[in-house]
Every structure is written in structure tokens, then in C-alpha cells.
Design a binder for this molecule. Sequence first.
Ligand SMILES: NC(=O)c1ccc[n+]([C@@H]2O[C@H](COP(=O)([O-])OP(=O)(O)OC[C@H]3O[C@@H](n4cnc5c(N)ncnc54)[C@H](O)[C@@H]3O)[C@@H](O)[C@H]2O)c1
Length: 322
Amino acid sequence: MTESSSTVLVTGGAGFIGSHVCQAYRDAGWHVIALDNLSSGTKENVPDGVELIEMDIRSEALPEFAKECRPALVNHHAAQIDVRLSVADPRLDASINLDGWLNVLESARAAGAERVVYVSSGGVVYGEPDQLPTAETAPKAPISPYGVSKLAGEHYQFCFRKVHGLEGVALRYSNVYGPRQDPHGEAGVIALFSRRLLDGRPLRIFGNGEQTRDYVYVGDVAAANLAVSALSLPDPESIDDVAFNVATGVEVSVRELAATLLDVSGRAAEIEFVPARPGELLRSALDTARLRAAGWRPEVELAEGLRRTYEYIAEHSQGNSG
Ligand SMILES: NC(=O)c1ccc[n+]([C@@H]2O[C@H](COP(=O)([O-])OP(=O)(O)OC[C@H]3O[C@@H](n4cnc5c(N)ncnc54)[C@H](O)[C@@H]3O)[C@@H](O)[C@H]2O)c1
């Protein structure tokens, strides 16, 4: 793909991860358009030099808009991301994560885009995995409507490749953290802990704190988006052939996470243990050999990433949360 002065349309580009992805494309010389309905994203997140279009991905106006801006690449970050909300309202989840995604796929096709990058989730599509770190080819067993919609999105992408020849690549993120993260839900545990530290409140840990996650810094995730945007892709025989885990491969327990954050922040806080949340995964770490073979590797160590996130939240802190 030609990168210089080509247009990339980034859905969800005003959100936490999408805004960093916009920045990375811009810095690599792309003309970047962020498309977002600002339901959780903000105008302030959108980097300088990136055009923001306020639109819902389910809008009937999307195909026409895509034809006008003729993106070479469509990068899809817009989503309903709340696992618990997906359980409470699975139809809302499907409306955004499936119907919305189909509208984006149809629009990419109508606009003659060369490729789509779809964001999936390595934290949910594998369910409770038998093997750690978990490779792309591991069985898929999502246990939430959000996990089902994310996985189904990969199947739709595969189908568009087979039926319409639209190239697609899927990124399965682990737990992404960094500046601009909204401190809500499990994905936001680092942002949430940081806010609590700043507010002088105890850090709340669900269960015994031995549950593990694979935390990857958002700048490294943005670099992974760039890496797969120009990568030569096979004619896939399954969704896994064009899927890449984006992670560090390292398991970190919530206790370790809290201890490292206390260390880098130089603050003290009590740790409060509360009952485990039902259905929460016990362990999670993703195998990144495939993306490493494509030349990518995570550059930001956990302590350094935590320091950057904590400092960002300290600068932008406005009262209590969680
Ligand atoms: N944060 C993580 O750890 C993580 C892990 C795995 C996958 N993901 C995926 O990464 C992507 C970005 O997540 P994030 O953490 O940056 O969340 P986020 O909420 O900050 O970003 C989502 C963006 O999409 C926008 N959006 C939501 N519904 C929309 C709609 N109907 N039309 C247009 N825009 C809409 C929101 O306003 C927001 O800007 C999502 O697809 C999410 O599923 C995130």
C-alpha cells in the first residue's frame, strides 16, 4: 500500500486507542480522517492535523461519505466496549459492533478501499484459554455478547475478503493502557488505580488479586496498527490467518500491578480486597510471535508505561471516579 498522502479513515478516532492510532498514521505521512459519534470519545482527544467527522457508524450517510473521501485504508476502532453492558443489552452491543461494522465494511467496499483493519479483542475471543500465552490459532470460546460480536466481526471481515476481495486484517488486543484512557471498567484498571491514588483513596482489588492480565502500552498498539497496514497478507483460509495478537506475552497479577504503580507514583495507599466478580477470567496472556515476525515488538516496559499514564492522569485529574 502507498502510505504517503493516502487517506486513512479511522472510526472511533476520538477515543482512547483510536486517537493514538490517528496520531501514528499522521506521523507516518497519511492524511487522517477520524470518524466518531463522540459517545465516549472527545474532540480534545483528536490530534492536531487530523480531521474529525462526527457521525455514527450506523448512519445511512456513511457509504456516500466514504465514497467522497476515498480512503485507501479503513481502520475500525469504533465499538461498544463494555462487557457488562453487552450482557445487560446484547442487542445494543450487536447494533454497534455488528450492524455498525457491516455498514463500515459496505462503505469501505463502496469507496474502493484497498484494506480494512479490524480491532478485535484477545481478552475475550479465546474465553478462559487452555494455553498461556495464547496463540492466534487457539480455540475461540467467547462467553459474553461483546466477545461474540467481536469474533463475529472477524468472520464478517473474512467473508468480505472471500466474497468481494476486500483485504482485511484483525488485531486482537490484550489489555491496552496509557494516556487518554477513561477510568471505567476492567480495561481501565490502571487509570482507575491512578485516580484513586491521586484522590488518596484505597486501591480496590476484586478477589485475591492473583488474577493475571497482559498489559500493553497504547503507543505500542498504535505502532502495531501501522505495521499491519502495509504488511503483505495471505489469501486466508480461516480468520486466524489474518489475525494478530497485540500484547506483551507477559502475565501480570493485579497485586503486582498495584505494587508497581505505587512504586512509580511515589504514593502510598491501602489495598482493599472485595469479592471476586463472577465470570472474570483468571489468567490471560497472548502469544505475540506472529506480530514479532512481522517486525513489531512492544517497546514500553510496564513501569515506564505506568509512569506516563499516572502523570497524564495527574495532569488531567478532575475529582473522583470509581
Ligand atoms: N481498551 C482495551 O483494552 C481494548 C482491548 C481490546 C479491544 N479493544 C477495542 O479497541 C477499540 C477502541 O477501544 P477504546 O478502549 O479506545 O475505547 P473508547 O470508548 O475510548 O473508543 C471507542 C470510540 O468509538 C466511538 N464510538 C462508539 N460507538 C460509536 C458509534 N456507534 N459510531 C461512531 N463512533 C462510535 C466512541 O465515541 C469512542 O471514541 C474498540 O473496538 C475496543 O473493542 C480495546
